[in-house]
Ligand binder design. Structure first.
Ligand code: SAM
Length: 214
């Protein structure tokens, strides 16, 4: 697969449109300008890679809409060297954005085909996230605490184990809701026992599935 001048031009336009829609974190914009989103898409959707839309990937899952990736990453306030836990590797695009921004990334996916496809993509792009095939509801207690936790599927509730694995001062960004539309929540752990939460709009994600439904 090549990253042609045409792709690069379309990507610049997409990033400019994200800026117009309110994305102000220059590091998010720089990362998204660098990463060839078309590499992460099914062949059938390649020509749409630089539209601001979610698209299907394998196993009835989706690569999130670029604006959603941008706003979730901006809300996370990612800084180089931080430990970030991502739930829902999917295509690996969001993981790549976090890696490109200099975060140390741990990412969990519950579908083996997607886990394998993403692994190949990370090798190709020279990113080195720590990848796990498993249940995001459990998080990764062995590697906790995390500075940031990003959930990229619609959660029916905030998983208590993820709250436990967030460091004091850390931020979790998670879409929460049982219907097709979820509320983006930004949760800050302000002490060992206290969390502060704010809402950041409505979004549509594929569901975060609990183990019994796999
Ligand atoms: N971050 C992805 C990207 O950039 O392509 C988009 C993720 S897609 C919207 C949501 C992903 O969450 C799917 O790949 C799905 O298989 C995964 N998922 C759903 N429930 C999960 C769970 N309990 N644990 C881990 N991954 C899960």
């Amino acid at each position: 697969m090549v990253d042609s001048y045409k792709h690069q031009g379309m990507r610049r336009q997409l990033v400019a449109s994200l800026k117009e829609k309110g994305i102000t974190d220059e590091n998010v914009l720089l990362a998204m300008n660098k990463i060839p989103r078309h590499y992460f898409m099914d062949n059938a959707f390649l020509e749409f890679a630089y539209q601001d839309k979610a698209f299907p990937i394998a196993e009835s899952q989706t690569i999130s809409q670029p604006f959603t990736v941008a706003i979730q990453t901006q809300l996370l306030q990612v800084k180089p060297g931080e430990k970030v836990l991502e739930i829902g590797t999917g295509s690996g695009y969001q993981t790549s954005v976090l890696c490109e921004m200099g975060a140390r990334v741990w990412t969990i996916e519950r579908i083996k085909t997607l886990y394998d496809n993403a692994k190949n993509m990370f090798t190709k792009l020279h990113y080195k996230p720590k990848q796990f095939f498993g249940d995001g509801f459990e998080g990764l207690p062995k590697f906790a605490p995390f500075d940031k936790i990003l959930v990229t599927a619609g959660a029916p509730h905030v998983p208590p184990k993820l709250l436990e694995q967030l460091d004091v001062g850390g931020i979790m960004v998670i879409p929460v809701g049982k219907s097709d539309v979820q509320t983006m929540k930004v949760i800050v752990r302000i002490s060992e026992s206290e969390y502060k939460e704010k809402k950041a709009g409505s979004f549509q994600f594929v569901p975060l599935l609990e183990a019994k439904k796999w």
